[in-house]
Design a protein around this ligand. Structure first.
Ligand SMILES: CC(=O)SCCNC(=O)CCNC(=O)[C@H](O)C(C)(C)COP(=O)(O)OP(=O)(O)OC[C@H]1O[C@@H](n2cnc3c(N)ncnc32)[C@H](O)[C@@H]1OP(=O)(O)O
Ligand SMILES: CC(C)C(=O)C(=O)O
Length: 512
């Protein structure tokens, strides 16, 4: 059987150390329940001594969560440890995480203690904690920048006192993968009782290498616990991101050869919950949980994914909690993706010529608009000019000008039986001026009985759809036009209605 990699989530402790990410007790409890659904092995719920609120949060989580081990951080002193033990009293499975800095810099400048004092305090604190809780994790803070000889002495001593997990933090994100992996390997080889503890990694992301360093600690160093946070939240540039490290180990099981207890289908929900709670937006290109992590925007990729998803996807979106992958239509999309979307929307065009006409219009639109929504496509298809039938009037271009205090004016170019004509007019508003500019040439005499505008999708980036109803000699027709520019959409709708009026006239004439 493969070794298991223990996932220790510290979103609620180190994640909360991110400036602005502080959480209430109820928020922490809600996230803890989601972490339990995710089947995280250990949840570091807080730092019980830090405030009454955090004590209560750790206590509430310890009371409520049954499936994960609940942990509280504590400095290497009796007061912190007692408070942690008190908060964890009702946990189904409790852990106290004791830390003290071991780098020369931290000992001298911050703790103002000699190495021998730190060694003795480490020993004593673990001994004290062991009388309260069986599961003790010990972290030499700034461990990666510590003198290895001294670190070996400290870690050997705390294991002898009963520490069950040894976590080697790269507190300031200074490590690089190979060196960090070898650092842990060396410690494990040099410390005689190293195999009496589980080795753990805790990496910060100051140089963007937290995940890579953690994985090197696992693969080269032999660590079997990774400390991480949802969305990589954490002090300064954050911690190793849970979703990335978990999916790396799962996706590359061929390389890591490790089992995980995580139910990855809850990852996206956890990411959203943490993002919503803290207000820290997840960047769209964030691995695994970013909105674009499973989205394809370019034609060649879309074509590949539609034929076989694994051409461009190394993980399944569904396995991390997305409902599916996404084909995002835009200016780089190709015909195959466009046709597939038409099919999904239940649109069937009669011929390849119609599809090509629609595709050309789609590309024109995509040049003006960064994302094409399904509603845009439906509007594009319903727009009469997709039809390959001969039309009398066709839109070409529009110029309009409006300024406060000035009467708007419009100049339009459109085709009449394929020949370009121009019209110019002033009106009460830009739309009125544009339609009058058409009428200046066409002189249909039709009466407008309805004009309505709606946004096709929810943002100002979306297309406007305009419906125009014209009435003439007892005939009533509707014209629809769509465009990101609603004045252009209005002109298109008007021309479309005129075409319908004209085709009714032609049909009546043909029927004799
Ligand atoms: C690398 C990490 O992420 S470590 C975790 C960091 N997280 C936090 O600090 C968040 C919660 N912290 C807090 O709420 C507060 O800092 C508290 C309650 C822990 C302590 O508050 P205060 O008692 O006011 O002390 P303050 O924070 O100003 O200074 C820290 C003290 O702890 C000492 N100390 C720091 N680390 C340790 C340690 N691991 N073990 C023992 N003492 C320590 C410092 O030397 C300093 O002691 P001093 O007051 O004698 O100079
Ligand atoms: C307490 C320890 C594990 C820590 O957060 C760090 O060193 O970054």
């Amino acid at each position: 059987m493969a070794d298991k990699l223990i996932i220790f989530d510290t979103t609620l402790r180190d994640g909360e150390q991110s400036p602005g990410a502080s959480m209430t007790k109820d928020e922490k409890l809600r996230i803890a329940r989601q972490l339990e659904r995710l089947k995280v092995d250990v949840i570091e719920a807080g730092f019980a001594v830090s405030s009454n609120g955090d004590f209560e949060a750790v206590q509430a989580i310890a009371n409520a969560i049954r499936e994960s081990t609940i942990c509280s951080l504590a400095r290497a002193n009796d007061r912190d440890i007692s408070r942690a033990a008190q908060a964890l009293a009702d946990a189904a499975s409790a852990r106290i995480h004791i830390f003290i800095a071991t780098s020369a810099l931290h000992m001298e400048k911050k703790l103002r203690m000699t190495p021998e004092q730190v060694l003795e305090q480490s020993r004593q604190s673990v001994r004290f904690a062991r009388n309260l809780v069986g599961d003790i994790e010990f972290s030499p803070e700034d461990g990666y920048r510590s003198d290895p000889d001294f670190l070996c002495r400290v870690l050997e001593a705390v294991i002898a006192e009963g520490a069950t997990t040894i976590n080697v933090p790269d507190t300031v994100g200074y490590a690089v993968p190979e060196l960090y992996g070898n650092f842990i390997k060396t410690l494990r080889e040099r410390i005689p009782n190293s195999d009496q503890a589980i080795w753990s990694v805790h990496c910060h992301n100051d140089l963007g290498m937290a995940v890579a360093n953690s994985l090197a600690g696992v693969q080269i160093g032999g660590a079997r616990q990774v400390e991480c946070t949802i969305n990589g939240l954490g002090e300064r540039a954050g911690n190793c991101s849970l979703e990335e490290v978990v999916m790396a180990v799962k996706t590359r099981r061929d390389y890591f050869g490790l089992d995980l207890g995580i139910d990855t289908r809850h990852i996206v929900a956890a990411s959203r919950m943490v993002s919503q709670t803290t207000g820290f937006v997840v960047q769209p290109n964030k691995a695994v949980v970013g909105a674009n992590a499973f989205a394809h925007a370019s034609g060649i990729h879309q074509d590949g994914v539609l034929k076989a998803r694994d051409t461009y996807e190394i993980m399944r979106a569904e396995d991390v909690g997305w409902s599916t992958n996404k084909i995002v239509l835009g200016k780089l999309s190709g015909r195959n993706a466009f046709k597939q979307r038409l099919q999904e929307l239940g649109v069937s065009l009669d011929s390849e010529t119609e599809v090509n006409a629609a595709f050309t219009r789609f590309k024109e639109l995509a040049d003006r608009k960064s994302e094409i929504f399904d509603e845009d496509i439906l509007a594009l298809i319903s727009d009469e000019s997709v039809s390959c039938e001969k039309e009398q009037y066709g839109f070409v271009s529009l110029f309009q000008q409006s300024e406060t205090g000035e009467q708007p004016r419009a100049r339009i170019v459109f085709t009449v039986h394929g020949r370009e004509v121009r019209g110019e007019a002033r009106g009460n508003g830009p739309v009125d001026a544009s339609l009058k500019a058409i009428e200046a040439h066409v002189r249909s005499g039709a009466e407008m009985v309805l004009y309505s505008v709606s946004a096709i999708s929810g943002s100002t980036e979306s297309q406007g759809e305009v419906t125009v109803r014209l009435q003439n000699s007892g005939r009533v027709v509707n014209g629809v036009g769509s465009d990101p520019d609603i004045v252009v959409a209005s002109a298109k709708a008007y021309l479309s209605a005129l075409n319908k009026l004209q085709s009714k006239v032609d049909r009546v004439a043909a029927q004799g």
